[in-house]
Design a protein around this ligand. Sequence first.
Ligand SMILES: *[C@@H]1O[C@H](CO)[C@@H](O)[C@H](O)[C@H]1NC(C)=O
Ligand SMILES: *[C@@H]1O[C@H](CO)[C@@H](O)[C@H](O)[C@H]1NC(C)=O
Ligand SMILES: *[C@@H]1O[C@H](CO)[C@@H](O)[C@H](O)[C@H]1NC(C)=O
Ligand SMILES: *[C@@H]1O[C@H](CO)[C@@H](O)[C@H](O)[C@H]1NC(C)=O
Ligand SMILES: *[C@@H]1O[C@H](CO)[C@@H](O)[C@H](O)[C@H]1NC(C)=O
Length: 340
Amino acid sequence: MVTFVYLFYKNTIKLKRRRKSLRILKLLVFVCAMVYGLYVYYKYLKHIQIEKKRELFEIQVIKTTHHNNAVYQSPIAHLHSPKPETFKKFTGNPVRFFVIVSMQRSGSGWFETLLNSHMNISSNGEIFGQKNRRQNLSSIIKTLDRVYNLELITSSSKNDCSTAIGFKWMLNQGLMEHYKEILDYFAKRGVSVIFFLRRNMLRRLVSILANLYDKDAKVLNGIHVSHVHSHEEALTLSRFKPMINVTSLELDLGKMESMAMKALGYFNSTRHIIVYYEDLIKNPYKLLQVEDFLKLPRMELSSRQVKIHKGPLSEHIKNWEDVNKTLSGTMYERFLKADY
Ligand SMILES: *[C@@H]1O[C@H](CO)[C@@H](O)[C@H](O)[C@H]1NC(C)=O
Ligand SMILES: *[C@@H]1O[C@H](CO)[C@@H](O)[C@H](O)[C@H]1NC(C)=O
Ligand SMILES: *[C@@H]1O[C@H](CO)[C@@H](O)[C@H](O)[C@H]1NC(C)=O
Ligand SMILES: *[C@@H]1O[C@H](CO)[C@@H](O)[C@H](O)[C@H]1NC(C)=O
Ligand SMILES: *[C@@H]1O[C@H](CO)[C@@H](O)[C@H](O)[C@H]1NC(C)=O
């Protein structure tokens, strides 16, 4: 009898314990489900947010494209007659000012050589590549004055041309930090902005990584190059396949896109045109729009530069499968497919 009671008692405790652990387990499952639900919801919200931003951006681009040949027209066609100190062959023609706003490895070097093949365009290259010219706002303004007073002589500028004067400015070269003052400057001097951007930021990332690699490797005869003029050189450079960090990939692509969007927002009020690298590759007609934007006679433009990474992206990325897996189903999936 005593034994029986004892056994009964023991069994009850066991049962109680089991019930208790079952309850804890249920609670755990519930908490896990909650956390996962919240996570999915958070991801969804974030996705919606980014999509909204992108839509806004694309709507603006579409608007711009349909508005007067992709141009936001301001009522004034700015003409200037500077009296430069050092400009020798200056003819006294009216001058138009422009700036190419871009990001590294977006094809803007190619675009600039195309523009410079026009007899009435002189673009001075990436003048803010020199740090001392963008140390602070006053050095930036001083440099801008030198360009637009036709006092800056660079290797890319053309002395015998003075109809449209400009240069190439990368977003990370002081332009974003001092955008308010620069906006004022552009308005005051009537500088027209040509945004030259790349849609496929994954291809841009490949180009950045490959270029970074070549800085050390210098595969072309021990000389680091960023642009090439022959298919052989392009092929040699494109043999290197970068590894892409998939942990930070979505974030990195998002940062690149949002930087471009931010710049478009900042300089929205200036007279501007948006040119996408991808559009220009597919449709050379875009160049005519740029010539019209600069109010120059239409001319056929050419460049000796050759594209480095051609064909499908899968051939240019070492860990392609990981990249494909990481971006499949995300808003960046479209980057995987583009082939040009
Ligand atoms: C373009 O350049 C040519 C040659 O220098 C010149 O004759 C012509 O007037 C220029 N056109 C414009 C619109 O300035
Ligand atoms: C701005 O930078 C230049 C160097 O490019 C320097 O000489 C100058 O003193 C700086 N000015 C100010 C206000 O910091
Ligand atoms: C990849 O990115 C993550 C997050 O930014 C970083 O922690 C990690 O060190 C990176 N991996 C490599 C190999 O660079
Ligand atoms: C550009 O300006 C227009 C009108 O001023 C405004 O509606 C639009 O939201 C702006 N776009 C961006 C990206 O800021
Ligand atoms: C990417 O992965 C998907 C499967 O997730 C596959 O169907 C597709 O062919 C892959 N794309 C490329 C270009 O390898």
